[in-house]
Design a protein around this ligand. Structure first.
Ligand code: SF4
Length: 463
């Protein structure tokens, strides 16, 4: 058997009833950095009847990592999409694997798709996938496995009918869309052993990935993640302690990467960082909500060996920031940066441009703010700015606004790049790609032509 990747903690099975391909839309490095993908992998493999194998869309060959099985040969394909452009990558993978992309023309294997953008708005993939999954998979995972017994290689209809009767699974024939979520994270599955690659590194280096919480209560009006994941739920300290102790050992690592939309919302974040320090471990925290940062918390972040902290002012002017639901004022931003500066930490700042009602002076305010931040932090080398075109996302209150035309976005992007680069290292997400995400959503059920067309254009691209 040809091995695509050398890894530890891989699952192999001799006896099982169903083989599921977990199709990841991006590169292998991204797949081993995705905690959600690993949760799905180990969660499904906990069921005796199921053998779930990983297939990575941007691998040279569309074969499973575990057994080298072609994508076409699986009983079911479960595909994950993190945002709209992933649909194109997934369809490209399906085409490369010799599978018919349109649901009505394909009998086997059935294709089910899930992920944040699908949960918010499943329509663009509704003629391609046989069903969409909306929400957190573990909430309906057991019922999903039960439906596999109705699989028939020559007729997928009974399976799809049974599947879409399960909460969270959706097909255009079903009127009601229902997002399902896990209520209690403590009793929800979390993998201890995780994939550790011998020849590739996850984006944050080798570590144990630990999920602290899901959901977010801050209610920013543009935020897809919080709209999709709902109210905040966190794991308890004792459960996390147990996971970390076992996780670092099972993965032979000395670092923990934390996942949370709002890490310091309660004192759990501090307690966990103190635990890491006691255990002599390194760590990495996600982007921090600005008003939850303090001198003490910045010190803890420094002590776990993190060098840069990401915060998201979103825009430069207070009234525009408040209008998009981020109720933070400039002074709070400067305070947060001064805590980071005191502990010799660098800062990564996330901004958006092209917001509803944004004027030229709002862009100048971003530049002024970054200039001020540079004064506080002391050096251009310690500031990174990531500026992204505002994309109205379904399920969020700002979906009702139109996205700016491409030409206008490009002008604003160029203005920001040239004005900011003297104060910070600047990366700007390409307006063309941002518009594409929006257009896929706007086209809704008719997006299949665009998605398949784009996938075919890229078919010859080398991996
Ligand atoms: S704080 Fe962050 S995760 Fe929470 S709603 Fe606002 S942008 Fe979203």
């Amino acid at each position: 058997m040809k091995l695509l990747h050398r890894e530890r903690n891989i699952v192999l099975k001799r006896r099982y009833s169903f083989r599921i391909a977990l199709l990841f839309p991006s590169t292998y490095e991204a797949s081993i950095s995705s905690l959600g993908y690993q949760i799905l992998y180990y969660y499904l493999n906990n069921f005796e009847d199921v053998f779930a194998e990983r297939v990575v869309a941007r691998d040279k060959e569309l074969l499973s990592i575990e057994t080298g099985t072609p994508l076409k040969k699986f009983d079911v394909i479960l595909a994950t999409a993190h945002y709209e452009l992933d649909y194109i990558e997934l369809v490209r993978a399906i085409l490369r694997a010799g599978i018919e992309p349109l649901s009505e023309r394909r009998n086997s294997p059935p294709l089910i798709i899930g992920g944040p953008s699908i949960t918010a708005w499943p329509y663009p993939m509704s003629r391609i996938a046989d069903a969409a999954f909306l929400g957190e998979f573990e909430a309906s995972g057991r019922e999903f496995v039960n439906t596999l017994f109705s699989l028939d290689k020559y007729n997928k209809k009974p399976f799809i009918e049974e599947l879409t009767s399960v909460k969270g699974f959706w097909h255009p024939s079903k009127e009601k869309k229902e997002i399902v979520r896990v209520r209690d994270l403590d009793s929800s599955f979390h993998p201890i052993a995780q994939i550790q690659s011998e020849d590739a590194e996850p984006v944050w280096g080798r570590s144990y990935m630990a999920e602290i919480s899901r959901g977010c209560n801050w209610g920013c009006l543009f935020c897809l993640e919080s709209a999709v994941s709902g109210v905040r739920r966190e794991r308890s300290f004792s459960v996390l302690k147990n996971l970390i102790e076992k996780g670092v050992e099972a993965n032979d690592v000395d670092k923990v990467t934390f996942f949370s939309l709002s890490f310091f919302d309660t004192d759990l974040g501090e307690r966990i960082l103190n635990l890491l320090i006691e255990m002599g471990l390194k760590g990495s925290v996600p982007s921090i909500r600005i008003e939850t940062l303090s001198d003490e918390r910045a010190e803890l972040i420094k002590k776990i060996g993190q060098k840069t902290v990401a915060i998201a002012p979103e825009t430069g002017k207070d009234d525009l920031r408040w209008k998009i639901g981020k109720r933070i004022d400039s002074q709070q931003i400067f305070n947060a940066v001064s805590y980071l500066a005191k502990h010799d930490l660098s800062v990564k700042l996330y901004y958006m441009f092209g917001l509803p009602g944004e004027k030229k002076e709002d862009l100048d305010n971003i530049v002024e703010q970054v200039k001020e931040i540079k004064k506080i932090i002391g050096s251009r080398n310690k500031i990174k700015v990531s500026a992204n075109p505002f994309i109205p996302k379904p399920l969020t209150p700002l979906w009702k606004y139109e996205m700016l035309p491409l030409r206008e976005l490009k002008e604003r992007a160029n203005y920001l790049r040239s004005s900011l680069s003297q104060y910070a290292e600047v990366e700007i997400y390409e307006p063309r790609m941002a518009r594409k995400q929006y257009e896929i959503n706007i086209k809704g059920v008719d997006a299949d032509i665009m998605i398949i067309g784009e996938a075919m254009k890229n078919l010859e691209r080398d991996e």
